[in-house]
Design a protein around this ligand. Sequence first.
Ligand SMILES: [Mg+2]
Length: 374
Amino acid sequence: MISASAAMGFGLARSLWALRSVAKSDACSLILRRRHLSSTSGHLDLGKNFAFAFDIDGVLVRGSKAIEEGKQALRLLQEHKIPWILLTNGGGKTEAERVAGLSRELGIKISEDQFIQSHTPFKRLVNTYDKVLVSGGDGDKCRHVAQTYGFKDCVTSVDLIALNPTIWPFHRFTAADMKRAQSLSDSPFDAVLVFNDPRDWGCEAQIIIDILTSQAGKFGTKNPTLDQTVPIYFSNNDLLWANEYHLPRFGQGAFRTSIEKLFLDYTGTPLESTIIGKPFLFTYEYAHSFLNEWRKSAFGYTEDVQRVYMVGDNPASDIRGGNSYGWSTLLVKTGVYQEGDHLDAKSKPRATVANVLEAVLYAIEHEHELSLRK
Ligand SMILES: [Mg+2]
């Protein structure tokens, strides 16, 4: 029986050996890796069969710093024409702005057509709702995002507070913040869209509950039975996320939990909401078709992708969502997940690896084994 390494051919086996050494080594190995790869006969030529979807925070970057193995992993895929997209529950900026920043941090050109953030699928609601409360994010950034998507009447909490500060007397808006307040139309609110983590939970919670229990969306009114009259959408359900701090931090999912509890305590009935982002099916369906479009436009692959590897650090979102959609899942240890954390049955990955470069190497090796069986 022929060994996998022998069957792979010396060149490929040597490439993978060199790539593995890079995962554990230093900058010198990068040069070595390039030498080894350039000495193989062409690319690995596996890219038409599979692709990657990478989470960003805790996988490719941590806070504002790139994870070194992330840079190596993306360069490797680029060199070998293996398609990948970024699928993040982050948000709060336009896709163009975020892609420009990530391209700088990771040292590789990333297209908007391979980037999905938590609120990207809100684009599909543009023709459904006219007047929306755009909740969360820094300053006016999310209003700007909503406007670039095509929403016509975008209101933020500062517009309401500027009109009447007693709506939430403990607000922390500065005079400079108040200057970006925009005048309000008379029309009722059609929906509340939570784009990103609100910076002032108290103020945002008050305004959201006011709108949800208003008379048909008319701000400043209250329907006598406290029925929910306006729909609410959350773009991200992550309870936790990873930044530079050594322990996971509360995310937008924690805000959703607080809104649900407030609504229940206040009205006596459970909140009805729509949650998108990972791990929800809607976002994976969106991402899968988005990925196929990217493969077609960037690589000319006309047939749909056969296998997608979701690489993430958050078992409850990246891994759970990937598993339930039928993708292969690889859990890294550079973010939220820490060695020994409990994994429930739905959040167990195909494999747990040290970092994103190890995840990519794992998948490439697996794909090569599959190709040998044919
Ligand atoms: Mg993450």
